[in-house]
Structures are given as structure tokens and as C-alpha cells.
Design a protein around this ligand. Sequence first.
Ligand code: NDP
Length: 445
Amino acid sequence: MQDVVEKVYEQVVARNRGEAEFHQAVREVLESLDPVIAKHPHYADNALLERIVEPERQIIFRVPWVDDAGTVHVNRGFRIEFNSALGPYKGGLRFHPSVNAGIIKFLGFEQIFKNALTNQGIGGGKGGADFDPHGRSEGEIMRFCQSFMTELARHIGPATDVPAGDIGVGGREIGYLFGQYKRLRNAYDAGVLTGKGLAWGGSLARTEATGYGTVLFAASMLATKGETLEGKKVAVSGAGNVAIYAIEKAQQLGAVPITFSDSSGYVVDEAGVDLDLLKQVKEVERGRVKDYVERRPGARLVTKGRPWDVPVDVALPCATQNELDGDNAATLLRGGCAVVAEGANMPSTPEAVEAFQSAGILYAPGKASNAGGVATSALEMEQNAGRTRWDFATADAKLTAIMADIHDSCVAAAEEYGRPGDYVLGANAAGFTRVADVMIAHGIV
Ligand code: NDP
């Protein structure tokens, strides 16, 4: 890295001690900015880089709640309002025991550039809690969401900060959060949260958007080589919202997804995933991946290793950060994998990214390939503001056009800065310059 950029990184490490994921996300972006700063040195003026790596506001709060047995628990809630240059803070809420300030900061930082890539006037933020929803009853989930929102409500609003779902937060949780917000504010501000139910302000295609968009991005990358997804074997990780709809879109485009996973292991189904059964197990029954294997002849559950041990043409990591390391990348490459599109946020470690880029395969970082989710959230905000509702085809066509535009912006930026085909540089440079230009226009704030 150039001296000016390296100094910013060192300051981030010194100021945010022990927050490894945040350091990792900042390093990846700053490394990409070397050629951008070299060509346009004014982006380093007036401490712009120092400002962009510092959240505008960090909110950390107590979330007390009572379980079914009457025991009181205390979790920690977070909302990091990172950057509002382009619009209200926008980004999901994650409920998972691993959540801490560093994880939320990394996610919020990534979100700035992802949201800029969508070109929809949304700033970057992220939040969540170190609450583990696994094994909790409906009543416990509801009471937790209500307590969480009781504090969060004072910080958010349709023109201020608009949260959505992420790991552990789906339509059910958004419902409880919205119900409590409405009660506290005595206002039906539909635009305060996205990922809502269709009957109360949600958008068609929002549920599918992240997974669909990831696969559309993979298809666009393949098209640059004159290829399609038809007949390609695909490894998917995760079995949540993103994974399920990545599998659905991959199947629609003629590919054959053969794996998925959760924290208990991964499933290999060489005949191709039975999507109806997977939805039944995960979306309806909220079960584990073993429940799929028990009902699906020929499928097997592997409790050691990762889906990346299975030879495939395309890999779609859709579970969580750092789930694909350098060894996994080497295994994928040996097995013939030529396309990686990230549905999750930062699922590949720096060593894995380096391996994919050295091998010259098509590799898309999550901030580009998984931007379809937040893009469709912005479409949901647009419908809420206009008190209107589009049909599925309209929302889906807009999502498809946005993903094509993000892909083309990444390709153009990679070419502009001398590294054609480098989607990491392309995504970071295109996202950064959009935010930086507006920050300069707004002055030192
Ligand atoms: P879900 O909660 O719906 O699903 C997450 C899946 O990943 C589950 O199968 C879960 O298994 C698995 N998983 C989570 N953490 C771990 C872990 N530490 N080890 C192994 N498996 C794990 O979340 P989403 O599908 O919404 O999110 C998945 C990823 O996509 C995240 O990185 C998220 O930030 C990203 N993303 C999501 C968007 C969205 O619109 N939902 C938008 C853009 C990005 P288990 O149940 O066993 O924990």
C-alpha cells in the first residue's frame, strides 16, 4: 500500500483493537484504492480516507429480556451508523452469538460501498445483537425483538436509518420489530424497516433478491467469457435466506446445485438439491440440514469439512464471514472451480481471495455480488414512499437491471485502473469514488 493509505490502515488497527474482521475489511478496500489515489490524489486530501473509516455514530445498548422460565437475560445490541453521504443509513440487523462491535463495524463498512454500487441513494450502516435465536420459543423471540426495538427506535426512521434482516433476522423478526416501533411511535412509518411482510408494506422479490442477485452476477461474469451457467455443478454453503434463493435462481438458469450447509454440517445431493424439501425443512419447520437427509434418498450429511471439498464448477458461499480459507480455495481450484460469487459478506479469507485471483478465475466479492438484497430493500422504500406496490415481474426486472449495472460498473472501474477482470478493485473503486465525491461536496462533516 502507498504510505498515505498504509498510515490510515495503521490508525484503524490502533483505534479499533482486537476487531480483526473490521481490520480485514478495511485492508481489502484500502489496498484496492492504491491505483485510485495514485490517479486522483485529491481523494486523500482533507483526511477523507481517515473520515471514511470512522463511523459517524456507534450505538451500543443493553437488551434485557425474560425467557419462558422467568429468567432474566441481558444481551448487547449494536447499531453502527457508518456513512450517510449518499442517503439514510441502510443495512441489516444480525442476531447471532458471535456478534460484537468489530463484526458489526466490518459489515457496516462493507455496506457503504455496496450501497453506493446500487446507485440508489442509500448510506451504510449495520446492527444486531449477540442473541442466539436457535432453540428459542416464539414468545422469547418476540420479547427479545420488542426489547431490542425499545432502544433502537429512538435512533432510526425512514429518513435517518432503515434497518433490515441479516443472519438470524428474517420476516418473523422484522414483524415483531415493526410492531414495537409502530407502538412506540404511534406512527405507521412503513419505510422504517425493510424485509416486511407483503400485507404490511413489503416488496415482492425482496425475499429472493440477495440469492437471485448473486447468481445473476455469476451469470454476468460468465457471459464475459461467452459462457452460461447451463449444466454447471454448483456448491452452495448456508441454508438460510441467501442460500435457498441462490439455489432457486441457479436451478432456473440450468445449473445443478449439489450442496448446502448449516453450522451442523453440509449436505451433498449429487442428483441436485430438492428445493421444495429444503424450503419445507428450513423455512417452514425451521429444522436442521439432517432433517433433509433423512427424507431424501441419495443425499448424505458430512459433519467434517466444508462444502468446498466437493468438486464443482461454481462456488457460492452464502453462510458467513471467513467460511472459505486458503486451503478450501486450493481444494476448489484443484476440483476445477472457475467461478466464485459471494452471497455472504466477506466469506473468503484474504488467502482465499489471493488464490482465486492468482489462478485467474472469475471471482466476485460480496459487496458487488450480494448487493441485490439491499437494492431491493431500496425498491421497497421507494414503494413505501409512493404508497404503491409493484408486481413481482416489475420488482424482479428492476433487480435484474441493477445487478447488470453493478457488474458493468465493476468491469469499467477495473479497466479504468489498469486491472481488467479484477472485480475486487472494480467494486471498491466504483463504490468508493461515488461516496468520496459526495463527501467532498458536503464539506468536512
Ligand atoms: P440466515 O440466518 O437466513 O442463514 C444463515 C445460514 O448460514 C444458516 O444456514 C446458518 O446455519 C449458516 N451460518 C451462519 N453462521 C454460521 C457459522 N458461524 N458457521 C456455519 N454456518 C453458519 O442468514 P442470511 O441467509 O440472511 O445471511 C447469510 C449471509 O449473507 C450473511 O453473511 C449475511 O450477512 C449475507 N447477506 C444477507 C443478505 C440478506 O438479504 N439476507 C443481504 C446481503 C448479504 P445455522 O442456522 O446452523 O447457524
